[in-house]
Design a protein around this ligand. Structure first.
Ligand code: HPA
Length: 253
């Protein structure tokens, strides 16, 4: 069975409960990735903390290509990622979980694709993706995986929302209230800084990818101010439950 990939966001730097953890160095054409390999609910997992173990990598400097390719190289077929987000809807409250089904990309200076010339991959199905390739983004997030996460979350009695539109900003600054007003107008529900290009790169590699967002704050203009400390603090408070959710989901896969 192929290992299950787990990506940790802000405040999620270690995978609690992982058994037999081993640090692995994975060489990719995009750079080296240091991940932790081990077992969760008796299934093999590969864990990558997106911002590094000490949160030293800001959103615009994350090596999204290397992280995604490392998962591909280790034959991962399903990825559960986590992220802290701000809420742009009153009913999505700090502490709630959201499983987005759509994304609007407002980043400005990232590398967005594997397919910018001479990249090629062969999928397990035999399909070859090479050269200039345009991936379908109708369903950016894996529906099957989202359904399982939602079902498990509900069984646990969590406040978990199935669906929502994630707006990705460049960061690392938080947004202005005017930007949030605009994002709300165009249909955004939650806002974060890391899901583009991450979700699209997994799509290009044909890896089933779902994102569990933890709402850590109301977005700019909807509360007094937004601080990184608050984001980390609220995320930390939810991290045990989040780890438990992931453990139970992995058991079901
Ligand atoms: N904006 C962008 N990213 C975030 C936020 C926010 O309000 N909260 C947590 N990550």
């Amino acid at each position: 069975m192929s290992p299950i990939g787990i990506i940790g966001g802000s405040g999620f730097y270690k995978l609690v409960g992982i058994e037999g953890p081993q640090k692995v160095h994975i060489d990719t054409p995009f750079g080296e990735v240091i991940a932790t390999r081990g077992y969760l609910s008796n299934k093999e997992v590969i864990f990558i903390p997106r911002h590094g173990e000490d949160h030293t990598i800001p959103p615009h400097k994350i090596n999204y290509h290397a992280n995604a390719y490392a998962m591909y190289k280790l034959q991962v077929e399903k990825v559960i990622a986590t992220s802290a987000v701000g809420s742009m809807r009153k009913d999505l409250k700090p502490g709630d979980f959201v499983l987005p089904d759509q994304i609007i990309d407002f980043t400005k200076s990232r590398r967005y694709t594997f397919f910018d010339g001479d990249f090629a991959i062969q999928l397990k199905s035999g399909e070859l993706r090479a050269g200039v390739y345009h991936v379908d983004a109708t369903e950016p997030y894996c529906r099957e995986l989202r359904k399982i996460i939602y079902q498990v979350g509900k069984e646990m009695g969590l406040k978990i929302h199935f669906g929502g539109t994630y707006v990705c900003t460049e960061g690392p600054r938080f947004e202005t209230p005017a930007e949030i007003k605009f994002f709300r107008k165009i249909g955004g529900d939650i806002v974060g800084m890391t899901n583009s290009p991450e979700v699209f790169l997994f799509k290009e590699l044909n890896i089933c990818y779902a994102l569990i967002c933890v709402v850590t704050n109301y977005a700019a203009g909807m509360q007094k101010k937004v601080s990184h400390e608050e984001v980390l603090e609220i995320f930390k408070r939810r991290s045990e439950v989040l780890a438990d959710l992931i453990r139970r989901v992995v058991a079901k896969l």
